[in-house]
Design a protein around this ligand. Structure first.
Ligand code: DX5
Ligand code: ZN
Length: 216
């Protein structure tokens, strides 16, 4: 069964704890936490103090931190201390992704690499043995609520094929424009984790929507 990581960027921040509790469960414990710095992407979101508060209030959730920031290495340790379980950074933002992935793993977190829609997926192939997951962006990072880019499915399939060829365990996560229709295409292409923001939090019943996406 696929995992769903609800992106709290689309939650109501005035009642964040309540919104989070609607969408994670022991079977599907992930929360996707989008950090934006206004430099790597043209938008600002939230950061360390918000993660600290959430992980204190809900230690049982699995915090899937997506760093859309320049110099991600500068903050990896602080995010691990604040409660991150998975830390994903962008390959375009880091000069030495292998060293940072190793550091993230020594901090006790899963290490993830993400790439913008225009970045070559083949460039990641030599790094697959150093990481736990690849986060395939199916929109240009920076904003929730954008339309899914259909070429993402081919990129997921290429990664799945290469991970099998290398015989390396790899989680493939996809982020941006996921709904029941696009999510099903991603699962078919080999995705393990679907990030969904507006589809989950915009639904009349977010909990039911998570269940629907899990059963694609
Ligand atoms: C975009 C973020 C996404 C975003 C997805 O830069 O990385 O996680 O919240 O939002 P939806 O699901 O609405 O496209
Ligand atoms: Zn994200």
């Amino acid at each position: 069964m696929v995992q769903v990581a609800p992106s709290i960027l689309s939650a109501n921040f005035a009642r964040l704890e309540e919104d989070c509790k609607k969408v994670y469960s022991p079977d599907n414990p992930m929360l996707h936490f989008d950090v934006m710095d206004g430099v790597f992407v043209p938008n600002l979101s939230f950061g360390l103090p918000v993660l600290q508060s959430l992980s204190k209030a809900m230690p049982e959730a699995v915090y899937d931190v997506h760093l859309m920031i320049v110099q991600p290495g500068k903050y990896a340790e602080a995010f691990a201390e604040a409660g991150a379980d998975m830390i994903t950074f962008h390959v375009e933002a880091e000069r030495d992704p292998t060293a940072l992935a190793r550091k993230i793993r020594t901090l006790g977190c899963k290490a993830g690499l993400s790439l913008r829609p225009g970045t070559s997926v083949e460039g990641l192939f030599p790094l697959l043995c150093e990481i736990d997951l690849v986060l395939v962006m199916s929109v240009e990072p920076g904003f929730g609520g954008q339309a899914f880019r259909p070429e993402a499915t081919g990129r997921i399939a290429a990664l799945r094929g290469e991970a099998e060829r290398q015989n390396t365990p790899l989680l493939i996560e996809v982020d941006g424009g996921i709904n029941e229709e696009t999510g099903a295409r991603c699962v078919q292409a080999g995705a393990d984790i679907l990030v969904a923001g507006s589809t989950v939090f915009g639904a009349e019943n977010p909990k039911k929507m998570v269940e629907k996406l899990r059963n694609l």
